[in-house]
Design a protein around this ligand. Structure first.
Ligand SMILES: Nc1ncnc2c1ncn2[C@@H]1O[C@H](COP(=O)(O)OP(=O)(O)OP(=O)(O)O)[C@@H](O)[C@H]1O
Length: 312
């Protein structure tokens, strides 16, 4: 339904999005997961037609967005990270105003507002000024604002940011309810958020997609990562150990941290389909280091996320 084809976005000399390609299927809930500054908001803004890519193209049902941005914008509901709400307006008045701006005919407005009120549980707060609402309630009003024109696609930027755990659960439920019949793309930097709500996750780092799949596929190393060996090594600095293991052919990545003087903890990730334990063990045998721990660990999403989005 949506195809992002080798899209880049430059802000002056800085490349914020660097050759992203993605396919988003109809009815899917896709989470763009990445650390701060990864390029999530920039990607969402291009998806909504807010600004065009510097290069590449985005297609909706095979139609390039650049050819008819206004048509496509009408089919997308967008809730930015700071929802554009008017604090002095009552919730009801704000939704009437939004319906008017979006061109919903007068005769259909009340019915649509009622539907939004039911979908986002707003009945009790319809006559309250928006400025007096908690952050969670404001976010529900924001979802109603984004959904009022009945868009096919809903794009949400960090929809649960700054909410308390109860509010997060409520917003997640509304997103999943909407996701029953719509395509949803949302960004988050919280792994558990993506895991709880999405059918599929694309991990973004420094403007690139570094993993894309269901949580099970990403966990199984469908994106080039194999199993991970945890080690505690006595007699070596983190830099020495990292240097040694990085030279082994079956090793994809090494994370090392100094735990004490001359002792370090390591996570050695092997290439997909490879088990380099013997090679690592033989390398240690050539040194005078002592292995205090040497254990293979199943990849957790958290380790994969941390490894894929490490600074260097
Ligand atoms: N208008 C702009 N001009 C220059 N640089 C920008 C602009 N907007 C964003 N950037 C930079 O582009 C990079 C990506 O920003 P973006 O907001 O897309 O990331 P993000 O993943 O959404 O981060 P966050 O979670 O912090 O919102 C960042 O380094 C940011 O500083």
């Amino acid at each position: 339904m949506i195809r992002v084809d080798d899209v880049t976005k430059d802000y002056g000399a800085f490349r914020a999005v660097d050759g992203i390609s993605l396919e988003i299927r109809k009815g899917e809930i896709l989470g763009l997961l990445g650390p701060n500054g990864a390029g999530k908001t920039t990607t969402l803004k291009m998806l909504t037609g807010y600004f065009p890519p510097t290069s590449g193209e985005i297609y909706y049902n095979d139609a390039p967005v650049s050819h008819q941005p206004l048509e496509i914008k009408k089919r997308i509901g967008y809730l930015p990270e700071s929802a554009p709400l008017y604090p002095n307006m009552l919730v009801y008045d704000f939704l009437c105003y939004t319906a008017d701006v979006r061109g919903i005919p007068k005769a259909k407005r009340l019915a649509r507002i009622k539907e939004m009120s039911a979908l986002c549980s707003l009945t009790e707060i319809m006559d309250k000024p928006i400025g007096e609402l908690s952050k969670g309630l404001k976010q529900r009003v924001g979802l109603a604002y984004a959904m009022i024109s009945d868009p096919e696609i809903l794009v949400l930027d960090e929809p649960t940011s700054g909410l308390d755990p109860n509010q997060i659960v409520e917003i997640r439920k509304i997103i999943r309810d909407i996701g029953e019949t719509r395509t949803i793309i949302f960004s988050t930097h919280i792994l558990s958020e993506a895991e709880a709500t999405c059918d599929r996750i694309a991990i973004v780092h420094k403007g690139k997609i570094v993993a894309d799949g269901t949580t099970d596929e990403i966990r199984a190393g469908g994106n080039g990562s194999g199993p991970c060996l945890k080690m505690d090594v006595k007699g070596a600095s983190a830099a020495e150990a990292k240097n040694l293991f990085q030279g082994i052919g079956s090793v994809a990545r090494v994370e090392a941290s100094q735990s004490k003087e001359n002792r370090c903890e390591l996570s050695v990730t092997f290439k997909k389909g490879q088990d380099g334990r013997e090679a690592v063990y033989n390398a240690v045998k050539e040194t005078d280091w002592v292995l205090m721990n040497f254990a293979m660990e199943a990849n957790t999403l958290e380790t994969i996320f941390r490894t894929l989005t490490k600074e260097n």
